[in-house]
Design a protein around this ligand. Structure first.
Ligand SMILES: [Zn+2]
Length: 178
């Protein structure tokens, strides 16, 4: 059993915030941004991952080893803190040992967030056939509902906005002609 390393579909949150992040050119953060975007485009166009992308993923994994192994005790579905691990009052027959991973950096660090985004994207691709689209109204990335016909909008709000603007432009054109 391989545990999940990331929050599910966390990449969507991150990828839609990239434009608000100021990253230095040539930095690890910029490399991660570009990589996540390139993978997203490959998924969108149903291309699969090229050997170039695979190589770049392995390079950043090598350059930045963001996760470490930890061990804890599962207790009624939750994981106790590592400090409690060696509590003598915990009897062996009640113990459910859990091996898990943890990010080495704090959750507010950009490189940590990007690494989790990259991992969540790869985990989503590993689990099932991932589909990705970009909203034609707001340009946000989203996962289309499985049974939807061709979805071009991330939400009904964007669909309504798009058609509203279209109608308004049409009306203005008609008004201008008369
Ligand atoms: Zn949208």
């Amino acid at each position: 059993m391989s545990p999940s390393l990331s929050r599910e579909n966390f990449f969507l949150t991150m990828i839609n915030q990239f434009e608000h992040h100021d990253v230095k050119s040539g930095s690890l953060e910029q490399k991660l941004q570009q990589l996540i975007l390139d993978i997203a485009y490959a998924v969108q166009q149903k291309l699969g991952l090229s050997t170039d992308i695979i190589q770049r993923v392995n390079q950043v994994f090598h350059e930045y080893q963001a996760v470490q192994l930890r061990i804890g005790i599962a207790h009624k579905g939750s994981l106790t803190q590592p400090d409690e691990l060696f509590d003598a009052s915990t009897r062996e027959d009640q113990q459910q040992i859990m091996l898990y991973t943890e990010f080495i950096d704090e959750p507010d660090q950009l490189r940590r967030l990007y690494m989790e985004a990259l991992i969540s994207l790869l985990e989503a691709m590993e689990k099932n056939r991932l589909e990705l689209q970009q909203c034609i109204q707001c340009k946000d990335w989203f996962i289309p509902y499985q049974r939807a016909q061709i979805t071009r909008f991330c939400s009904s709000k964007c669909r309504n906005r798009y058609h509203y603007v279209l109608r308004k432009e049409n009306d203005e054109r008609i008004t201008a002609r008369s």
